[in-house]
Design a binder for this molecule. Sequence first.
Ligand code: KIV
Length: 271
Amino acid sequence: MSVHSEIKKITTETLRKMKFDKEKITMLTAYDFTTAKMVDAGGVDSILIGDSAANVMAGHETTLPITLDQMIYHTQCVVRGVERALVVADLPFGTYQSNPEKALDSAVRMMKEGGAHAIKIEGGKEIEESIRKIVNAGIPVCGHLGLTPQSIYQFGTYKVRAKEDAEAEKLIADCKLLEELGCFAVVLEKIPAALAKKASESISIPTIGIGAGPDCDGQVLVYHDMVGMNQGFSPKFLRRYLDLYSEITGAVSQYVKDVKSSDFPNDKESY
Ligand code: KIV
């Protein structure tokens, strides 16, 4: 199957080797125990407790409202379900941007209380000192560049980022900076495929793309999107592997019919 499929526990070092061996890295989000168990059993290399929990779990329009306490709760639930995958947790908006001390405190809470194996934060040069401080404390950091949803009110739209030269050049410079600072990987979200290829070739740490084309060292998707639970969200980059929205609403409506018609429970289902 793959060089690293027999590995019992994936570490940041495993991901580094995968890039070196040209084996693609797989990452999916999860926010709860039961899903994490299934995603881990499916053989994914890394599970991300994304702050997309604000959208898919809590129904917020953006990722901004989710709190550190809520992210820690989701992380605790996921960690209990995982045996093999590397567990990476997002630090939410407002918990690392103001100063490096606050960033370190947030990262320490996520590791100590949440049980994450690593944290992810959005941004490059602007948060250089925070990344330095967290990495120096021995906490593995995954960067996140391109479309960074915590900055959505600054961007104004969820359109593809870094199509212009200046932003593309900054992205490459930020990738190199994240590598220099000691990040173990960087997520590249919604940028042109050619730029993601250039970025991936410019650094020795793995790039993990979402809407960033086939040449990243790995791919990440939001679980609810890839299993088709989230009908209203259909960006070009999304491949749906199931249509769970239809499956689940169909099952629920059958259950409603069965109860209303007194078909459920039957004698075999009763004591
Ligand atoms: O929050 C999230 O789910 C993410 C992924 C989209 C990379 O950051």
